[in-house]
Design a protein around this ligand. Sequence first.
Ligand code: BGC
Length: 369
Amino acid sequence: MKKVWKLLSMLTVMMLAVGMLAACGDSSGSKGEVSIGIVLPTKDEPRWVQDETRFKDALADSEYTTEILFSQGSSAKEKENVETLLNKGIDVLIIAPHDGAAAGAAVAAAKKEGVTVIAYDRLITDTDAVDYYVTFDSLAVGAAQGQYLIDNAKGKNVPLYLYAGAASDNNAFLFFEGAWSVLQPKIADGTFVIANSSEAEALKGKKDLTRDELGKILGQVTTNWDPNEAINKAQTHLTAAAASLKGDVAILAPNDGTARSIADVFSSDSAISSYVVTGQDAEKASVQYIIDGKQSMTVFKDVRTLVKDAIGMAIDILDDKTPETTGTYNNGSVDVKAKQTDVIVVDQENVKKELIDSKYYEASEFKGL
Ligand code: BGC
């Protein structure tokens, strides 16, 4: 009898120990701890911090557990982030890649685990391991930037300075393609003179550029999405520019971070009498630049909508429903089902209506509205 009791108490202790171990496992990340994993490219650009904030707002009352990780501009860190989330048992991965092609390996690992992959804002290219894509209309972003330059350029032969995003980001191609589609006829008719790209100059007779041709121009005028690289390029271009390429100029800047840098360089050159400069993202600092007349416009991409679409899609997937899509994007390997959102041009005229009245920002965040 004594032996039986001893055996039973030993068994109880063992069962307790196993239970405790399992509980420990849970808190350190076993299957099912997080249902939606979110990976964003970098905290160094306000654009992506905006997305983080909007995700947190949207998820505040959600029953689903989520975790957001930043890749800090490194594809290796991005892969590590995806693996961390896979170890926490995610079912859906929402990812804005740092480098669209390099991210293929990370999402392939997710697919292998049966996770549904949603590319967020930036497409992941040359892989079949991406299920959905939520995005803004990036061609429209570029076209809006180009059209703004056309509508605000003064006279003929206006020097046109071209800048682009990182060639590792599919969007950079789309933005430039959209801008070129409206600018090219205005270069051909003598409204604009290309000031800083021999590759663009060589292609100025062609409205529809191939990816290779776009790549050549990007290779010359890329900022790599880096404000410092934008400063260096703008300085180099202005140093090299003849007097005829100064005066009243137009500048295609791909986003707000680079626009502010480029605008600062141009405004400190005494031979530049005025400039029109584009942007995108409606970053707070650029909204202030617009109010102050230092940046001409931005393309407002309402991140609340993108976040809502991405989360909605993820929840449909978790609920075994088919997410609603509006079209497809070819990523070089497959047609990815996509949901696309429109963009809004913002300048001094409508900044209050679009960004304050819409409650995107608060008036108190700006001076001189
Ligand atoms: C995004 C832009 C952003 C840029 C740099 C692009 O893919 O669409 O909103 O400004 O990356 O981060």
